[in-house]
Design a protein around this ligand. Structure first.
Ligand SMILES: CCCCCCCCCCC/C=C/C(=O)SCCNC(=O)CCNC(=O)[C@H](O)C(C)(C)COP(=O)(O)OP(=O)(O)OC[C@H]1O[C@@H](n2cnc3c(N)ncnc32)[C@H](O)[C@@H]1OP(=O)(O)O
Ligand SMILES: Cc1cc2nc3c(=O)[nH]c(=O)nc-3n(C[C@H](O)[C@H](O)[C@H](O)COP(=O)(O)OP(=O)(O)OC[C@H]3O[C@@H](n4cnc5c(N)ncnc54)[C@H](O)[C@@H]3O)c2cc1C
Length: 672
């Protein structure tokens, strides 16, 4: 009996033969990836979406204008909510809803994009009970559409420099919201330009001339019926972007716009009617919506890379190009070692990013429930972890997706591949929710504090316990029995620990010479962000290890372990310079790692299609001609091209308008 439930009548024979080689059951692997309950829900909801034609794309988004995209996704999101009770088991389950949206709508954005991912989480974490009743319930019930307006035209990263003001007017018990300059205009919020009628707005709280830093305020920006901007409010779309063009990221200005005092979100920080301010239990508690998105991004980015890997690996099994042995016929491009080396490490990354996404969501949920009780001890750990993961994962995802695109040759460059769109969406993640370099430096700050604690014999938190362990001088890679990978993981730990202590020592030396802490930090900023990256890559490798250890089914564990070992080898080679610097690794050990990696590429090859099938992306969700499950790529590429808007007529007006007169004139000149 085939272990691969993906096989269906009418499939491309090549793919069927590939699928029959699998050493494991894809549905069981899907359960390891998503969790068995979510894997089942995804499968069921995909089938339901297939049957509900109102949720289907009316045509390929690649052939639409921005306005058509916005309108199409507004139509679908409304239909999606109209049918939600028939499709998902629990509409309050974010994960299930994300997968429904991924199937029905895709990733280019829709009017409720930021409503669910930031507006509602901000209300859940920062609105008091009365405010939750007033806004959270209507928001969940889709009576209003909200966004999260924090970034300004002149200020994004440095939140302390935000210019928008919320000045308390004791006489009327109101705040006056004002953007005093062009650079103070809110800029970028998703779904703000044309869709939202409410916004959580970050503004400096000013009471009696004193600034208390930025806080979050609920502001209605458009009339609920006419959808026209309210008096004192200027709002619009910021224009086309690299991708994500079905989202109307917007600008927003306020001209002394008044809101009631109780529109400041007051679960933690408060202002009473006399203008008396109460501090929150933690200075950064108001940043919770950002931490929420950073925590969900990890798994989503893993999914994006998983999608690109699925497309590239399936296509590489359909595409034949060139011969390995002369005269024996063209081979599937996945049979080239270079193609395997290009793609399998990306697949392994997609897996580990999804595992890490799950771990980090669990920590987020714990911190959220602690916060509800006013307990904030773990907030710093969560901030450090999400800052590092957000940066490393988005960076590696984008690099990995680019490998997937190039691995598809020319067709990877076509939008028919589906990769350009998900690449564009994923690369946005390097910037939004905190520019990557800046967030790495946030983690580095935590790591430097951890070193101080370590020197006192203490640990700052579970994530940095390993700093307390002594450094080994030499690696045991290649010096232990074949098949033992403990020394590989130890090498990640060694590299991270060494870089963290090295940069901490360098900072101390600079300060001992009389340099200020801030300038010393600047001199060592590149090394600091490297320390943060290495720490995060160690975390990811350790997370993969934890996952493999936890799998009970032998066949699944074995197939996952191959990916894990490939990951260890590939990533170690990618950062091998750090291990060579202190002679932790010797040249023969590096050769050992390389050879083992090549061996693993061959081991993984027969399971390749089943490892991507295990993501269980439906064709509707993947939106890729190259990545079709049935492998019928060429006839469908031809069909897709014929849909191009340029093919609506054999001759387009620009020919008669410009080219024909030019050629006629040129012919006439040559006849003279
Ligand atoms: C189902 C849904 C599908 C979803 C798909 C996704 C759809 C895409 C949607 C995209 C939406 C995008 C939205 C946005 O981008 S919103 C805007 C995001 N903006 C940012 O992220 C700004 C980044 N900047 C910052 O966060 C801060 O300015 C920064 C952290 C860099 C610095 O803050 P600040 O100046 O206030 O603080 P310091 O550096 O001085 O640090 C002081 C201490 O505070 C600690 N700290 C900082 N932040 C936090 C936090 N969040 N939690 C806990 N602690 C924090 C920091 O570590 C310092 O601690 P120590 O003093 O102990 O060192
Ligand atoms: C697709 C997308 C969706 C978005 N959605 C929203 C939204 O819904 N709501 C919202 O409020 N915002 C949103 N944003 C804005 C986003 O959060 C900001 O763009 C992001 O936080 C980065 O800020 P910035 O643009 O000011 O970059 P800048 O901070 O200007 O960064 C430019 C460069 O300066 C460097 N830099 C800046 N500060 C430092 C420092 N301290 N140390 C070292 N280097 C530094 C950065 O590393 C980067 O290389 C969105 C952005 C995008 C792209």
């Amino acid at each position: 009996m085939p272990l691969n439930k993906e096989i269906q009548p009418g499939d491309n024979d090549e793919l069927t033969r590939e699928r029959l080689q699998a050493t494991f059951d894809t549905q069981q692997m899907a359960a390891a990836l998503w969790g068995s309950d979510l894997a089942r829900k995804r499968r069921e909801l995909a089938k339901k979406v297939d049957k509900l034609t109102v949720l289907h794309d009316s045509k390929d988004m690649s052939f639409m204008t921005r306005e058509e995209k916005l309108s199409e996704n507004a139509r679908k999101v409304v239909q999606m909510f109209a049918h939600v009770a028939d499709i998902v088991e629990d509409p309050s389950d974010d994960a299930e809803m994300f997968h429904l949206s991924s199937n029905a709508i895709g990733h280019e954005g829709h009017p409720f994009g930021v409503h669910f991912v930031m507006f509602i989480p901000a209300l859940k974490a920062q609105a008091d009970d009365e405010q939750r009743e007033k806004w959270l319930m209507p928001a969940l019930g889709l009576q209003l559409i909200g966004t999260y307006a924090q970034t300004e035209l002149g200020h994004g990263t440095n939140l302390r420099a935000l210019e928008t003001m919320a000045t308390f007017d004791k006489a009327t018990d109101e705040f006056v919201i004002h953007t005093p300059t062009v650079t103070a205009l809110k800029w970028w919020p998703g779904s703000l330009g044309k869709s939202s009628n409410h916004a959580v707005v970050s503004a400096n709280l000013i009471i009696d001339g004193k600034s208390y830093g930025h806080h979050n305020f609920m502001v209605q920006i458009r009339d609920e019926n006419t959808h026209k901007p309210l008096k004192g409010i200027t709002v619009g779309d910021i224009g086309p972007k690299m991708a994500y063009n079905a989202s109307d990221n917007g600008f927003l200005g306020f001209d002394h716009h008044r809101i009631p005092r109780r529109n400041m979100l007051m679960r933690h920080a408060k202002v009473d009617k006399n203008g008396v301010y109460t501090k929150p239990p933690h200075a950064k508690i108001g940043y919770s919506a950002m931490v929420h998105v950073r925590s969900v991004m990890i798994g989503h980015q893993g999914m994006f890379l998983g999608s690109a890997s699925t497309i590239a690996i399936r296509y590489s099994l359909v595409r034949r190009q060139g011969e390995i042995k002369e005269g024996s016929g063209e081979v599937k491009i996945l049979d080239y070692q270079t193609q395997q080396h290009r793609l399998f490490p990306q697949l392994a990354r997609a897996y580990v990013f999804m595992f890490a996404g799950k771990e980090v969501r669990e920590l987020y949920q714990k911190v959220l429930s602690d916060m509800e009780k006013g307990e904030t001890t773990l907030l710093a750990d969560l901030h450090a972890l999400t800052s590092g993961l957000k940066s490393v994962v988005t960076h590696l995802c984008v690099a990995g997706m680019e490998q997937c695109r190039m691995a598809c040759g020319g067709h990877g460059y076509s939008r028919a591949s589906g990769i350009p769109e998900i690449w564009g969406v994923a690369v946005g993640g390097c910037t939004y929710e905190g520019e990557n370099m800046v967030m790495l430096l946030q983690l580095a700050r935590y790591l430097m504090k951890a070193v101080k604690e370590t020197k006192k014999g203490k640990s700052l938190g579970r994530l940095v316990d390993y700093l307390l362990l002594p450094q080994d001088r030499h690696s045991l890679i290649g010096r232990v029995p074949q098949g033992e990978y403990g020394p590989h993981l130890a090498a990640f730990e060694h590299i991270a620990r060494r870089q963290i202590f090295k940069v901490a020592d360098e900072l101390t030396k600079l300060q001992d010479k009389g340099m200020s802490k801030e300038i010393a930090w600047q001199k060592k900023a590149v090394e600091l962000q490297r320390a943060a990256r290495l720490h995060t890559r160690f975390y990811l490798a350790a997370c993969f290890h934890r996952k493999v250890q936890s799998v009970v089914d032998g066949r699944i564990r074995e197939a996952l372990a191959d990916l894990y070992h490939l990951h260890l080898n590939y990533e170690l080679l990618d950062m091998v310079n750090y291990a060579l610097e202190d002679a932790y690794l010797k040249a023969d050990q590096v050769d050992f790692i390389r050879e083992d990696m090549y061996r693993l590429l061959e081991t993984i090859r027969p399971n390749a299609i089943s490892l991507v099938d295990a993501f269980e992306f439906s064709d509707r969700e993947l939106r890729s001609v190259l990545g079709r499950r049935d492998g019928h790529v060429y006839e469908n590429l031809y069909k897709w091209a014929k849909e191009s808007e340029l093919n609506r007529a054999d001759v387009l007006p620009y020919f008669d308008k410009y080219l024909k007169p030019m050629m006629l004139a040129a012919r006439q000149r040559s006849n003279i």
